[in-house]
Design a protein around this ligand. Structure first.
Ligand SMILES: [Zn+2]
Length: 128
């Protein structure tokens, strides 16, 4: 039987992708990327032979753990290839759409705001 690696409420698959069963299980930094896309930090650009000429290659990474290797044509900027690794996903084939992710993110944010307001009110009543 295959050993199951766990990450919080998620399960890490063979390719290193952490998968969740539900949007409610997704930790905040990953939820942010689901709702508003990844914030790519592009690493060193390397020139190498490819496609009968030379290509430029760079690896982008996001704080959530997702990585993206882009190979482009240095003359036109056209994309030759793009490969993704790591990061996060879902156990079912149907990934929640952006509306569901945004709603969950906003719900959590509101819950934190309300908690903060309660704490401030409590603090004011104690000192006031
Ligand atoms: Zn990300």
């Amino acid at each position: 039987m295959a050993k199951i690696k766990r990450a919080g409420k998620g399960i890490v698959d063979k390719s290193g992708v952490t998968r969740w069963g539900s949007i409610h299980d997704v930790p905040d930094p990953f939820l942010f990327c689901l709702a508003w896309n990844h914030a790519w930090d592009v690493g060193e650009v390397v020139e190498r032979p490819g496609w009968g000429t030379k290509v430029w290659e760079a690896i982008g990474s996001c704080d959530c753990g997702r990585r993206r290797k882009d190979v482009i044509d240095p003359l036109s900027g056209g994309l030759h290839s793009r490969q993704y690794t790591g990061g996060h996903g879902f156990l079912s084939k149907s990934r929640p759409d952006k509306k569901v992710a945004r709603l969950e993110y906003f719900r959590r944010k509101r819950a934190r705001q309300e908690e903060l307001a309660r704490m401030q009110k409590k603090s004011e009543s104690e000192t006031g």
